[in-house]
Design a protein around this ligand. Structure first.
Ligand code: UD1
Ligand code: MG
Length: 452
């Protein structure tokens, strides 16, 4: 078998009018990642030597997004949207010296599986051009694949199709694989004499057949080719993607009582025997280790939860939250950019931001790290085995030593040495009988007012 070199071309210049959005279509997100990233990740499984992203509508934002995921991606701009053939042609220069297979993916059809792309590359050995087809429940307005035995004769767009052709159930997903030199030769021959006045990439099939080259179609499941053209489609794509990821997590040994209520990101990593209770939302960048427990209604993003940790119910972990083993983060607690060392507990109604908390330290209910002065953020450093009394305000920058304590209700503005107790609140003064006398006076005043 020949070693096949691969280049990827992703068409992402379209506006996506039906999204009714200022955001370019391919930047709308599924599971926390733009559609463009899903397409790039799908193609990345082929280990392409080059990836060319064709941007157009909102080009700058699309190019930035492409480079954010893959700094080596080559971005080109299609200034006028003259059709998919014209879009693919924009990659000609970037691939001029490339010798190998080109896979063209559509940015709005981003969920093609690795196995499917592999099957296309394999079929390329015996065919000059390979197209990915599928048999949708409702063929609607997809391009139709006109087959003759194993041979794909041409692709006809719905708008240009006869009634007989519209009756064909085998449709074009948009993914095409061809040898680089041949692809651009065939594209040169495409015209725009059709119902849309566009240069259709799909016309390369007809052109290849005119040269008596072999062209075939590989089939995949409909859900892989799910195109996103409207927000209805986007929601449907999200649901399908979530269903797939949840099943993968269960298969990998993650415990979920109500997986249909758990929302995962494209990059969520959860270890086996971790338990995810109902209604948990994972934003991007979360790793949960084996045996950790994320309790109901918690929201996590950009954080790491180690083995044996318990989070929630109703906890919020924001970017930079690092939870060591056996930590406890309880209800209505928010942690941001903070390292919580082994066995530390932050159990109730607390905000910990820009901080570090030492091992086995206990943070009392209602504690706040006052990290923001309106302009700058400041750090709070708390040692090991410390005890922070309920309702302590830690006015950062401030350091609390190992085995130190703060009194309940303290407003701590100065560092607390190891082993010391910080009391920073007004002294209590009891006035005997005052409450009774005070209430009697108020009631008397009220009586007088109603008599007048
Ligand atoms: C295309 C196919 C159709 C297939 C369908 C599958 C053609 C002619 N038709 O139709 O056979 O069934 O996809 O979803 O290819 N794009 C550009 N520049 C352009 C035009 C399009 O970059 O000038 C990009 C779009 O951003 C999109 C992709 O190409 O990502 C497909 O374009 P779209 O207009 O959605 O094509 P369809 O009409 O859906
Ligand atoms: Mg489309």
């Amino acid at each position: 078998m020949s070693v096949s070199r691969t280049a990827l071309v992703i068409l992402a210049a379209g506006q996506g009018t039906r999204m009714k959005s200022d955001l370019p279509k391919v930047l709308h997100k599924v599971a926390g990642a733009p559609l463009l990233h899903h397409a790039m990740l799908s193609g990345a499984s082929l280990d392409p030597e080059r990836s060319v992203i064709v941007a157009g509508h909102g080009a700058e934002a699309v190019q930035d997004a492409a480079l954010e995921l893959d700094p080596d991606a080559i971005t080109v701009v299609q200034a006028d949207r003259l059709g998919t053939g014209h879009a693919a042609d924009q990659a000609r220069e970037a691939l001029a010296d490339f010798d190998g297979n080109v896979i063209v993916l559509y940015g709005d059809t981003p969920f093609i599986r690795t196995e499917t792309l592999d099957a296309m590359v394999a079929a390329r050995e015996k065919n000059a051009v390979v197209v990915l087809g599928f048999e949708p429940e409702d063929p609607a307005r997809y391009g139709r694949l006109v087959m003759k035995g194993e041979m794909l004769e041409r692709i006809v767009e719905y708008k240009d199709a006869t009634d007989e052709e519209r009756a064909i159930g085998f449709c074009n997903s948009g993914v095409i694989c061809a040898d680089s030199k041949l692809l651009f030769d065939l594209i040169s021959e495409i015209g725009n004499d059709n119902a849309s006045g566009e240069y259709y990439l799909t016309d390369i099939v007809d052109r290849a057949r005119a040269r008596a080259l072999a062209v075939t179609a590989v089939t995949c499941a409909e859900e892989e080719t799910m195109g996103v053209n409207s927000r209805v489609d986007l929601a449907r794509a999200e649901a399908a993607y979530q269903a797939r990821r949840r099943t993968e997590a269960l298969v990998d040994g993650v415990a979920m009582q109500a997986p249909e209520t758990v929302f995962l990101s494209f990059d969520t990593v959860i270890g086996r025997d971790a338990e995810i209770e109902p209604n948990v939302v994972f934003g991007p960048g979360v790793t949960v280790e084996t045996g950790a427990r994320i309790r109901a209604f918690s929201h996590l993003e950009g954080c790491h939860v180690s083995r044996g940790a318990i989070v929630g119910p109703y906890a919020r972990l924001r970017p930079g939250a690092e939870l060591a083993e056996d930590t406890h983060i309880g209800n209505f607690v928010e942690i941001k950019n903070a390292q919580i060392a082994e066995g530390a507990k932050v159990n109730h109604l607390t905000y910990i931001g820009d901080a570090s908390i030492g091992a086995a330290t206990n943070i009392g209910a209602g504690t706040i790290t006052c990290n923001y002065d309106g302009v700058f953020k400041h750090r709070t450093e708390i040692g090991a085995k410390a005890f922070i009394g309920s309702n302590t305000m830690l006015v950062a920058p401030v350091k609390i030593g190992d085995e130190a304590m703060t009194a309940t209700g303290a407003v701590v503005t100065k560092d607390v040495p190891d082993g010391a107790l910080a009391v920073a609140r007004a002294k209590q003064d009891n006035k005997p009988g005052f409450a009774i006398r005070f209430m009697e006076r108020l009631r008397a005043l009220k009586l007088k007012a109603t008599e007048e």
